[in-house]
Design a protein around this ligand. Sequence first.
Ligand code: AMP
Length: 285
Amino acid sequence: MTGANAGTPETSAVAPSKSPLETPVTGSNGTACGLNRPAAIILFGSPGSGKGTQSKFLVQWLGIPQISTGDMLREHIRKSDAIGLSIQDRMRAGSLVPDELVNQLVFERIAQPDCARGFILDGYPRTPAQAQEMVRLLSARCAEEVVIHLIVDYNVIISRISGRRVCPQCGTLYNAASRPPKVEGICDLDGTALVIRDDDREEVVRERLEQYERQTRPLIEFFRATGDRLMEVDASRERPDAVFERIQSALRHVLGQDFLRQVISGQAIPGQGVPGQNGKDQVRG
Ligand code: AMP
């Protein structure tokens, strides 16, 4: 993918020279891709960088599913199935689980019908082996991919994670400083008592951050080298909705309004038109 540097001072992006709608290509499996290609939005950043929150905004806007490998793995642990039992010690310690397992989970998930228009990868890839597999999977599906790198200062990350609480029932994330529940300790949506995730405990957080520095951050160079569209977004200072607005405008620029409309198509709310048509997109939900 070729292109010129573009973007606001706080959002830099490598843009394609043509909109995805104008560039029919062939997938790695040799099949012609046609024009209806899924959008693959890869949210990349350290634990606590806001990937989960921005994923949820993107789900509301584009109507495509979030694929969080962390959530999928936690679900296996919750069910205590064979996968869950095999990974629970590693996850509790803040270590990564084996590449083959996450690659297989992602492979199966993106083959589901709800991913036909696109999907958001949250927390994948995390290692070079996963990144290579991702390139293969996305190319085989003729996906239009964009990597969004959420850059957050280390101290901000520590304070965010230590204030983080999650609803064990519906998975909604809260934060004492930036997104407190209406009633302390209680989920706004279903009244369940909020909990601290096992792997948000301080010693585990340190291990997760170390794993990120060692195994995951270097993937930025991989994305650059393979010519992926990479958007760097400063997510330290602003509120999540302001960060999301910058992500929206960068995505419009990189993928093009027409392509995004195609992804959203069929998702318009009656009487409100398609988000993005009037130059100002709306987060739905
Ligand atoms: P997350 O919710 O994305 O922060 O992930 C929580 C934990 O799940 C991580 O600390 C890892 O133990 C595991 N995990 C999630 N995604 C991956 C991945 N792509 N590769 C390996 N382990 C993962």
